[in-house]
Ligand binder design. Structure first.
Ligand code: BGC
Ligand code: NOJ
Length: 816
């Protein structure tokens, strides 16, 4: 979809932003290993190493106006005119502007008065450095004498302290300058053995390291003193706010160009001595790093390495199908977003501050579902890290810091869905890889130092926790909340300064969650399936029994007549019932009960999904519940604190829409599933002024029909929607399902799709899967041929040796 603000360039896997004043900052991420950066279409954003809170390299000023201010800036001074290729911060009108967000890189080109400056920002694979390849071209008729000034503002590493403890931070700033490199060495003399540096690979004419000198105490970045005066001051920061800036003087004849790079890097000293002489930082590692990028050819090679890294990763799943939007999302953007949510969980975006939440337990487990096929080894480690933040009783730290991998004590635990997601992520990983050794990895519990229980023990502890925390209807207790962090049934907060997520005493509480019941059903099936695969029949049977008991409780107590209830509150009153005053029907319990297998034999599954269609579905997606809450209900918590139609109060929470999509896939209605899929797909949107968020990634929320701004998206990028939509499309709709014994082929597509094909790398083998639909059905396989040989059933067995396997699938039968 092309809009006044941009378009997709599918062959290059880029989104091209064609004007800088987008309805909101349109963000991209740099980095793939440890060093990450947020980078907007005007070059805004910041950089950190592993942890946006504890190792922040550059600064973000919170709740900024405009939102997107502060970043990777290059000022161009041409005569008396000062401009930026990314438009900000000067906002000098440009003759040309284009931003291309690609996979792990952003390329911004601006031109004015015959001069074009192109900046390519990326992090070379395996490197703790952000490279800004800079190309300056004189496209005019006259020779040009230009001055460029680079600019970054350093952060004092611990970002929360950085933005609040000025009585200290304004006195600690230190830098050193060597050649064209500014070394940011604040706190290095004492406990840090790391520093940041910002260098230019070309000869410089001057530098600045003091913000007051470069910008001016009373100025904004758009009127910074040095670019306006034209001369760097060679300032050395002592306290206050250290920055890094270089002055680069260029003479370019008509048609001439020059390419060089700025490099922003993070260095750990490790075994290297900290100082080369008293008071002087040992720069051995920093110098060596800069040496690697001195040659423009090395920069190009590093960029080529990044591109081939991505090409290889994405080759694990590629589809060719009749729908352009689904195809580009599946092949590029959805998988890319899965990588970013895997890397950052819910820590750092334009809506997640980088100083608040770190890795969410339920979030990161769900992220694995869309990621396990991309880099399985990383998924493995993440599962083990997550499990290590579980407590011996089965509850989990709700979040942990990526740097320390320690549970976050401020939020604590007691969200009674958290532990169950670990079962789903582990099973998904083992199905993808066949690696059952992960189950025997010693992990141990966070509150029992030195304990070494293995991962399988953790999964059992998770199941046991739910079974020992059932309420009076035999349904799971909810704790502080389940997946819906805002349904706080034990909170009863009347104190405005309290967190809904931590207030309230959950011990001894009665409130039960139907959604957790559905999730438990699903987790039991998953784990029972794993036990069957392992040959542990007794364990599988034990879980089957637990499943049957929970299913009976759901069918007996949680059916409201036309849909499943959402919960029972602390007083035992149904939540999400036709008898409720507001919030009569909720999406999550319909999704999870159906996915867990409830309502399968009695028609309730279809009835529940029909009710969702009748009451919750809108053109922009499915709202979370109806009617929206119009007043605060202390017995329900934060959900009723939001204005009607936004966030959890009847917003379109894209994440949970996918469970309904998958529900329809289960029931075999591919038309409905795909219509819903498209309703929240960002690439389909033409109403960009209404939608506002990035067209290439999912947003957590689109305002619902009760909102003042229906159709407006918020909280883009870091959302479980990424992983779940990929699961929906790849497994639910296209029907390529990893299983222990092979790939199950179980499509559920729109009837009018006549054919499609998928390339899927699975356990080291590439499967070329061609699906044809001569009878125009949604689902049901008639025949399966593997390398020309007919195979009974619809599971492609694991390949016995060849690297490439060709699979032909014909729909029109009843194999599912
Ligand atoms: C948001 C939720 C989020 C929760 C915990 C709430 O304000 O609405 O989406 O999960 O905070 O951070
Ligand atoms: C966002 C949180 O990250 C996630 O954990 C939660 O499930 C949803 N919001 C719904 O509240």
């Amino acid at each position: 979809m092309s809009t006044p603000y941009g378009r997709f360039d599918d062959p290059r896997r880029e989104y091209v932003v064609t004007r800088p004043d987008t309805p909101l900052p349109w963000l991209n991420y740099l980095g793939q290993d440890d060093l990450f950066g947020l980078c907007t279409n005007t070059a805004g954003g910041y950089t950190f190493w592993r942890d946006a809170k504890l190792r922040r390299l550059t600064r973000y000023r919170y709740n900024n106006a405009p939102y997107d201010l502060g970043g990777r800036y290059v000022y161009v001074r041409d005569g008396e005119t000062v401009w930026n290729p990314g438009w900000k911060p000067t906002k000098t009108p440009l003759d040309g502007y284009e931003c291309r967000h690609g996979l792990g890189y952003t390329r911004i080109a601006g031109s004015k008065d015959g001069v074009e400056v192109e900046l390519l920002f990326f992090v070379p694979p395996g490197e703790n450095a952000e490279v800004w390849r800079t190309t300056v071209r004189n496209r005019g008729e006259q020779p040009k004498d230009l001055t460029l000034f680079s600019f970054v503002e350093f952060c004092f590493y611990e970002a929360l302290n950085d933005m609040s403890n000025f009585q200290r931070t304004y006195s600690i700033g230190e830098v050193e300058v060597e050649g064209s490199a500014v070394y940011h060495t604040t706190e290095y003399r004492e406990r840090r053995d790391h520093y940041a540096l910002f260098a230019c690979t070309r000869e410089i004419a001057g530098f600045d390291t003091s913000r007051d000198a470069f910008v001016g105490v009373h100025n904004g970045l758009h009127e910074a003193d040095v670019p306006l005066s034209g001369t760097a001051t060679n300032s050395i920061a002592h306290g206050w706010n250290p920055i890094g800036s270089h002055q680069v003087d260029l003479h370019l004849d008509p048609g001439a160009s020059e390419t060089f790079a700025f490099v922003l890097a993070y260095v750990e000293q490790g075994e290297q001595p900290k100082f080369e002489r008293p008071g002087v930082v040992d720069k051995t590692h920093g110098r060596a790093l800069l040496e690697r990028y001195r040659d423009p050819g090395a920069v190009d090679d590093a960029f080529a390495a990044l591109q081939s890294w991505w090409a290889d990763i994405l080759s694990a799943f590629q589809v060719d199908c009749p729908d352009e939007d689904a195809q580009r999302m599946a092949n590029t953007w959805n998988q890319y977003q899965c990588m970013v949510t895997f890397n950052l969980s819910r820590s750092a975006s334009f809506y997640e501050s980088g100083i608040g939440r770190g890795m969410g337990f339920r979030d990161s487990n769900q992220d694995i579902l869309g990621f396990a096929h991309l880099v399985p080894q990383r998924a493995r480690q993440r599962i083990l890290d997550l499990a290590a933040t579980q407590l011996a009783d089965g509850t989990c730290y709700h979040q942990y810091q990526p740097l320390t991998r320690q549970g976050n004590a401020d939020i604590g635990g007691d969200f009674y869905d958290d532990h169950l997601w670990l079962v789903l992520s582990t099973c998904a990983y083992v199905k993808e890889t066949g690696d059952t050794s992960i189950l025997r990895e010693p992990v141990g519990y966070a509150d029992t130092p030195g304990s070494g229980e293995d991962l399988l023990h953790h999964l059992e502890t998770s199941i046991a926790y739910t079974l020992s925390h059932l309420g009076e209807h035999g349904l799971p207790l909810i704790g502080h909340a389940d997946w819906n962090d805002c349904l706080n049934l034990n909170c009863f907060s009347t104190e405005p300064n309290e967190s809904f997520q931590t207030a309230g005493d959950v011990q001894g509480s009665r409130a039960e969650s139907v959604m957790i019941a559905g999730l438990f059903l699903y987790a039991c099936c998953d784990l029972a399936g794993l036990y069957r695969h392992l040959g542990s029949r007794d364990d599988a049977a034990r879980l089957d029994d637990a499943y049957d008991d929970m299913l009976a409780a759901v069918e007996e107590h949680a059916w409201d007549g036309d849909w499943y209830l959402r919960a029972f509150d602390a007083a035992g009153t149904p939540v999400g019932s036709s008898a409720s005053e507001e919030g009569q029907i909720f999406i999550e319990s319909q999704g999870w009960c159906v996915l867990g297998g409830a309502g399968r034999s009695n028609g309730r599954a279809r009835r529940a999904l029909d009710s969702v269609h009748e009451r919750l579905a809108t053109e922009h997606g499915i709202v979370l519940h109806q009617p929206a809450y119009t007043r605060y209900h202390p017995e329900l918590g934060e959900i009723t604190s939001y204005p009607p139609g936004v966030k959890e109060n009847a917003g379109i929470f894209c994440h949970n829409n996918t469970w309904i999509h998958l529900g329809w896939c289960l029931l075999g209605d591919g038309d409905r599933a795909f219509e819903y899929y498209r309703s929240i797909c960002p690439s389909t949107r033409s109403d960009v002024e209404t939608y506002r968020a990035e067209p290439y990634v999912y947003a957590q929320m689109i305002a619902g029909r009760d909102a003042a701004t229906p159709g407006e998206a918020k909280n883009s990028w870091l959302t479980g929607t990424a992983a779940w939509t990929f699961v929906t499309l790849a497994q639910g709709i296209l029907g390529i399902k990893p299983e222990y014994a092979g790939l199950r082929i179980d499509p559920c597509i729109p009837k009018d799709w006549r054919s499609y094909s998928v390339t899927r790398r699975f356990r080291g083998v590439t499967y070329e899967i061609r699906v044809s639909n001569p009878a125009g059905v949604c689902s049901g396989v008639r025949s399966l041929t593997v390398d020309g040989t007919p195979v009974a059933g619809n599971v492609v067995p694991l390949s016995g040796g060849s690297d490439t396997v060709v699979v032909d699938v014909v729909l029109g039968g009843d194999l599912r």
